[in-house]
Design a protein around this ligand. Structure first.
Ligand code: ZN
Length: 93
């Protein structure tokens, strides 16, 4: 990682170390131009390099399923908490 500390992009600016949050490359580390736009995958220059190895498709699928299930559980938990609050206010009043 420290190899990239002095690395500069095509703009002549030190690269930024970042983390991808896309479904395809969830939590993968990379360095890129500070003007790199992760949403559209473009920057003013083409300096971009992954810092870690790619994962297998099945690993990516498992991660994305677990993330989706986590969101469902968080939503269920929120709904249950709201119901519990409602019941608590009714029993107190
Ligand atoms: Zn640049």
């Amino acid at each position: 990682m420290s190899l990239f500390r002095d690395m500069k992009c095509g703009c002549g600016i030190p690269v930024a170390r970042r983390t991808s949050w896309t479904h395809k490359n969830h939590r993968r580390k990379f360095v890129a131009c500070i003007f790199y736009n992760a949403e559209i995958g473009q920057s003013d220059c083409n300096t971009f390099e992954w810092l870690d190895d790619d994962i297998f498709d099945w690993q990516r699928d498992v991660i994305n399923v677990l993330i989706a299930e986590k969101h469902i559980l968080a939503t269920d938990n929120s709904i249950l908490n709201q119901g519990l609050c409602f019941l608590n206010t009714r029993t107190k009043g």
